[in-house]
Design a binder for this molecule. Structure first.
Ligand code: NAD
Length: 84
């Protein structure tokens, strides 16, 4: 794999569908294994989504934004990158 990927260390990530099955498990994995990473969950909270699936995670590391990724959700609310 190219070296550029080996050094890729994001500090802020967005997980769409992060209240669903796969997304919430990924969010839990990141919180547990990558302590330096902040996660913004963008989820529409359909019948498949449940905010309880990420409940209890540290509020300073995980933020839930309820919105539809298909609706041009370019939220000013989404966290600005910690670094360029
Ligand atoms: N216990 C289990 O084994 C179990 C449980 C649930 C699902 N599954 C399996 O997992 C797979 C599906 O998991 P998944 O995580 O891909 O789907 P999911 O349906 O569990 O989650 C999708 C998430 O995306 C959100 N979402 C949908 N449209 C959106 C939009 N436009 N904008 C923002 N958010 C949106 C939903 O609200 C939901 O939280 C399937 O194969 C299913 O069979 C297994």
């Amino acid at each position: 794999m190219p070296a550029v990927f080996e050094s890729f260390e994001p500090r802020d990530i967005i997980v769409t569908g992060g209240c669903g099955f796969i997304g919430s498990n990924f969010v839990h994995y990141v919180v547990k294994n990558h302590l330096e990473v902040h996660v913004t969950v963008l989820d529409k909270l359909t019948c498949a989504g449940n905010r309880e699936s990420i409940a209890g995670l540290p509020a300073d590391r995980v933020e839930l934004v309820v919105g539809d990724i298909c609706a041009g959700c370019r939220p000013r609310r989404l966290r600005q990158p910690a670094r360029p």
